[in-house]
Design a binder for this molecule. Structure first.
Ligand code: GLA
Length: 420
C-alpha cells in the first residue's frame, strides 16, 4: 500500500467510533488475565531423594530458591507472580487431627512458613491436591476431607489451588469439582481454582461441560501432560487447533483453557521451538506457568520468557482465545483478536509457525483478508521477535510474505490503524 492511501485510511479511521469492552468476571474476581508464574511439575517431577538431589528435590528449599530467582532474575517485574507446588509435597499420612501435612523432612518449616516467605517477596503461593483417593503420585487426596482441606489451604494463606483428578471417577467430577470449589469459596480467602476435570473426561470419552467449568474454575487442563520435547508442543498445539470450535469460545477473563506448562529453558526445545511455544501460548491466552530451573535459563531463552510485547498479547484485556486459521503447506497461521479495537474491529496477534524440519526458512504469502484481517483501516505490523525492524502498514488486500525458520515462528502484533 502506498503512503497516500495509508494517510487516507488513517483520516477515515480516526473519525470512526470505538467500541468499549465490557469484561465479565467469575465470582472470585481472580485470573482476569491468564495466571503467570512457575509450577514445579514438568521439570522437578516427584524427586523426593534430597540426599542424592539436594538442589532438585521437591522441598521448601526449591520453592524458596525459585521465589528468590523469580524476583532477582526479573521475572516478577514482567508479571510472573505465582510459585506453585505440584505433587509429592505431602506426607503419606494425614495428621492426627485429620489435616493434610507436608513431608516433615522436605518441608520442615511447614507450608504456612513457606507461604509467608513467598508473600514477603511480593509473590503469590499455590499448592496441589487431587480430587480422588490419592494424588497421581500416591499421596493422600481430598476425598472425604474436602471441607477441612479447603480450610487448611485458607489457613496456610494459599492463593492458588491445582486440583488433579487421579484415582477418581471422571463421571463424578461434574459434581465433585464444584463441591470442592464451594468449600474454597466458603473460606472467604480468594484462591485461584485450577481444575483438571476436562482432561480426565476427554480420555474417558465424556464431553466436558464447559459452561459449568467457566462457572466453577478459573482455569482447566484440557489435554495431555506436557513433557520436555518439541513433539509434545506440536501435539498440544494440534489438539487446541482441532478442538478450537468447541473450546476457544469458553476462554475469557476469569476462566481459561490450559495447554499446560511452559518448558522453555529446559533440555528439549531449540531456540526457535521455544519462540514457537511462547508465541502460541500467547495466542491461546494460556496460563504462563514456567517449569524450569530459573537459575540455569540461558540469556536468550530468558529473553523469550520475558518478552514484554509477547506477554502483553498473552495478557490482553479482552481475553479472547486465538485460533489456527490456516494450515496449508506445513505452515500454520494462528491469529488472536486483541485490543486496541477501532470502529468495531480488533487488532490481532498473528503467528506463522513452520512445521517443516528440512533445510532452510521457507516462504509463506497470504493476503490479510485471507486470514481474517479485513478492516479497511489497515494494520501496523510489528515483528515481536525483531523489535528493531521497521513496522509495515498493510491493508486487507496487501500480501504479507514471511520467511519462517524450520520449527520456528514469525510473530506479529498487527495494530489496527486509527486506534492509537
Ligand atoms: C498429573 C497432572 C500433572 C502433574 C502430575 C503429578 O499427571 O496432569 O500436571 O500434576 O499428575 O503427579
Amino acid at each position: 500500500m502506498n503512503q497516500r492511501n495509508t494517510r487516507k485510511m488513517l483520516v477515515i479511521c480516526v473519525f470512526a467510533v470505538s467500541i468499549l469492552t465490557i469484561v465479565a468476571a467469575l465470582d472470585n474476581g481472580l485470573a482476569l488475565t491468564p495466571p503467570m508464574g512457575w509450577l514445579a511439575w514438568e521439570r522437578y517431577r516427584c524427586i523426593v531423594d534430597c540426599e542424592t538431589y539436594p538442589n532438585d528435590c521437591v522441598s521448601e528449599q526449591l520453592f524458596r530458591r525459585t521465589a528468590d530467582l523469580l524476583v532477582s532474575e526479573g521475572y516478577a517485574d514482567v508479571g510472573y507472580e505465582y510459585i506453585i507446588i505440584d505433587d509429592c509435597w505431602l506426607a503419606h499420612e494425614r495428621g492426627s487431627d485429620g489435616r493434610l501435612q507436608p513431608d516433615p523432612q522436605r518441608f520442615p518449616s511447614g507450608i504456612k512458613a513457606l507461604a509467608d516467605y513467598i508473600h514477603s517477596l511480593g509473590l503469590k503461593f499455590g499448592i496441589y491436591e487431587d480430587f480422588g483417593n490419592y494424588t497421581c503420585a500416591g499421596y493422600p487426596g481430598v476425598v472425604g476431607h474436602m471441607k477441612t482441606d479447603a480450610q487448611t489451604f485458607a489457613d496456610w494463606e494459599v492463593d492458588y489451588v491445582k486440583l488433579d483428578g487421579c484415582y477418581s471417577e471422571p463421571e463424578d467430577m461434574d459434581t465433585g469439582y464444584p463441591e470442592f470449589g464451594s468449600y474454597l469459596n466458603e473460606t472467604g480467602r480468594p484462591m485461584i481454582y485450577s481444575c483438571s476435570w476436562p482432561v480426565y473426561q476427554e480420555f474417558a470419552g465424556i464431553e466436558p461441560n464447559f459452561t459449568a467449568l467457566k462457572q466453577y474454575c478459573n482455569l482447566w487442563r484440557n489435554y495431555v501432560d506436557i513433557d520436555d520435547s518439541w513433539e509434545e508442543v506440536e501435539i498440544i498445539m494440534d489438539y487446541f487447533a482441532e478442538k478450537q470450535d468447541s473450546i476457544a469460545e469458553h476462554a475469557g477473563p476469569g476462566h481459561w483453557n490450559d495447554p499446560d506448562m511452559l518448558i522453555i529453558g529446559n533440555y528439549g526445545l531449540s531456540y526457535d521451538q521455544s519462540k514457537v511455544q511462547m508465541a502460541i501460548w500467547a495466542i491461546l491466552a494460556a496460563p504462563l506457568l514456567m517449569s524450569t530451573a530459573l537459575r540455569d535459563v540461558k540469556p536468550e531463552y530468558k529473553d523469550i520468557l520475558q518478552n514484554k510485547a509477547i506477554l502483553a498479547i498473552n495478557q490482553d484485556e479482552l481475553g479472547i482465545q486465538g485460533r489456527r486459521v490456516n494450515n496449508t503447506g506445513l505452515i500454520d497461521i494462528w491469529t488472536r483478536p486483541i485490543s486496541p479495537e477501532f470502529d468495531g474491529e480488533y487488532s490481532y496477534a498473528v503467528a506463522f509457525v513452520s512445521r517443516r524440519i528440512d533445510g532452510y526458512p521457507y516462504l509463506k504469502s497470504v493476503t490479510l483478508a485471507e486470514i481474517g484481517l479485513t478492516s479497511a483501516c489497515g494494520y501496523e505490523f510489528q515483528d515481536l521477535y525483531s523489535p528493531n525492524t521497521q513496522p509495515q502498514i498493510l491493508g486487507p488486500d496487501s500480501v504479507l510474505t514471511v520467511r519462517i525458520n524450520p520449527s520456528g515462528v514469525v510473530f506479529y502484533r498487527a495494530t489496527i490503524v486509527g486506534a492509537r
